[in-house]
Ligand binder design. Structure first.
Ligand code: HEC
Ligand code: HEC
Length: 447
């Protein structure tokens, strides 16, 4: 194993991403209205730019090491330090989704030492691995004058809680604690200021984010790999093979590497089972990911998976109901005006419910028959992911907002709706004409 060399290669790969980042998602203006963000801002935007230069006061870190919450108080003022961050109210699902690390600094700081990597990272490189900047958290004049080549800007953004899904404590210009939140993978921004910089879009999968590359670049990778029983080079090879928008939430459990697309966390209110394989209800899956993937200090037990992780205090479980309610409140974004041919979509709707038989599985308000699940061969899917799961089956994917997140199927095996339709046309021997296939694709784009 040659860590130095692989680190250098990885660093180059990330630089390549940063420079070649020309395929930003085309977020139409019309989509901006469609998020759950009602525009009321309980985020950290009340922090003034002064906080970025202030020195830290003792006691800014809570006893349990959390850096959660965003409500700024004047708690630090007696010693002249920055405001103390209050934890999220356990009723405030949006705050939890965006800002709560559940104490996962134990993984991201103590094991992976992500803070050492981020310390020297210019914003251009952070944007290059798909991290997003919440423009509403940064005073406009500060943003306009920010030097995106200077790592100090990254620290300033972190102090403002403006790096989506990344929470850090900075003392005297040094990151001391860093952790991640659900928003890292399940939020993006509308690019209204610049690519990667804009208003938050909660629930939208961050398909630019390359979680595997980020983990592979951390100085603690070998410690992490050791805890999994593999060497760092093996772990790095797996992690760097995933690519943007993909993550493997089972890699550290079964050591297989077969990433899936990061799915949306919107449009789920009427979906009974979550995850591509229908693993369980939403809070089951949220707890699994938080504890086993994010490194949350929370409880998760599943005898079938052989997992029994307990923490005292448990910084997760009491927050799951509000976290669930917030996710359920996020509607799928409607398609942008003029983004599909309405007449073709109307014809496609008839095919969907008729000869193409799509609605036999994609039924109901969310276009899914879950909790019914399907064998891989029934839908012509690669069986790998199903075989790794508890159910051995695939859940019919809800289709609202599907226009927003190509490619399709859990493994991204269909690049476009046309590819999806071609897949089913062949599998079910539907014998659709070219026009009918286009109509079906138009209908999918209209949902
Ligand atoms: C490192 C990236 C990452 C983080 C962080 C993350 N997720 Fe996910 N999430 C994924 C991936 C990948 C999947 C798909 C897993 C699968 O189906 O096998 C997923 C699946 C989901 C789903 C299921 C969606 C559906 O259609 O069934 C929900 C809901 C969800 N995540 C919510 C959350 C919440 C809430 C958090 C914070 C506790 C979180 N995620 C943290 C990557 C992430
Ligand atoms: C037998 C049940 C069944 C039928 C019939 C069916 N689907 Fe699906 N569909 C599924 C399942 C299961 C998945 C998840 C597959 C995966 O990702 O592994 C899926 C996934 C999809 C997706 C991917 C969504 C995404 O976000 O990745 C689209 C689009 C889709 N189906 C459209 C259709 C259309 C159009 C038809 C009719 C031609 C159809 N389906 C017929 C069960 C079905």
């Amino acid at each position: 194993m040659n860590r130095t060399r692989s680190s250098a290669i990885l660093a180059l790969a990330v630089l390549g991403l940063a420079c070649g980042d020309d395929d930003e998602p085309d977020l139409d203006d019309g989509a901006d209205d469609s998020t759950a963000d009602d525009g009321d801002d309980d985020g950290p935007s009340t922090v003034t730019a002064d906080a970025t230069t202030a020195t830290s006061a003792p006691g800014t870190e809570t006893g349990d090491g959390m850096t959660t919450g965003v409500d700024e108080t004047s708690g630090g003022s007696t010693t002249g330090g920055p405001p103390v961050r209050e934890p999220c109210d356990i009723e405030d699902g949006r705050c939890i989704f965006r800002y709560d690390t559940f104490g996962d600094e134990q993984l991201w700081t103590d094991v992976l030492r992500l803070h050492e990597l981020v310390q020297g990272l210019p914003p251009t490189m952070a944007l290059g691995v798909g991290l997003k900047v919440d423009a509403d958290a940064v005073p406009a004049d500060v943003l306009a004058s920010a030097d995106l080549e200077d790592p100090a800007t990254t620290l300033a953004l972190l102090e403002l809680d403006a790096v989506v899904g990344v929470m850090a404590e900075v003392e005297d210009g040094t990151i001391t604690r860093i952790g991640i939140t659900c928003a890292l993978c399940h939020s993006t921004v509308d690019d209204s200021v610049a690519p990667g910089i804009g208003a938050r879009l909660d629930g939208w999968p961050n398909r630019d984010l390359d979680p595997g590359a980020i983990i592979a670049l951390t100085p603690g990778l070998s410690t992490y790999a050791e805890s999994l029983g593999v060497d760092a080079a093996t772990a790095a090879a797996a992690l760097t093979s995933w690519g943007p928008g993909r993550y493997d939430a089972r890699f550290n459990q079964d050591l297989m590497s077969a990433p899936v697309l990061i799915p949306p966390a919107y449009g789920l209110a009427e979906v009974e089972l979550e995850a591509y394989t229908g693993e369980g209800p939403i809070s089951y899956w949220n707890a699994y990911v938080a504890v086993t993937q994010m490194g949350a200090q929370g409880n998760f037990s599943d005898a079938e998976l052989g997992i029994d992780i307990m923490h005292d205090p448990d910084l997760l479980t009491s927050k799951l109901p509000a976290l669930r309610d917030y996710q359920f409140s996020i509607a799928a974004p409607p398609p942008p005006d003029g983004s599909f041919d309405a007449e073709a979509a109307a014809r496609g709707q008839l095919l969907f419910a008729g000869v193409a038989q799509c609605s036999t599985c994609h039924s109901g308000p969310a276009f899914t028959d879950a909790p019914t699940l399907h064998a891989p061969e029934e839908v012509g899917m690669d069986p790998t992911e199903a075989a790794r799961s508890k159910t051995g089956l695939y859940r019919t994917t809800p289709l609202r907002g599907a226009w927003q997140h190509p490619p399709y199927f859990h493994d991204g095996s269909a690049a476009t709706f046309a590819d999806v339709v071609a897949h089913y046309d062949a599998l079910f021997e539907l014998g659709l004409t070219e026009g009918e296939r286009a109509d079906l694709a138009a209908y999918l784009a209209s949902l």
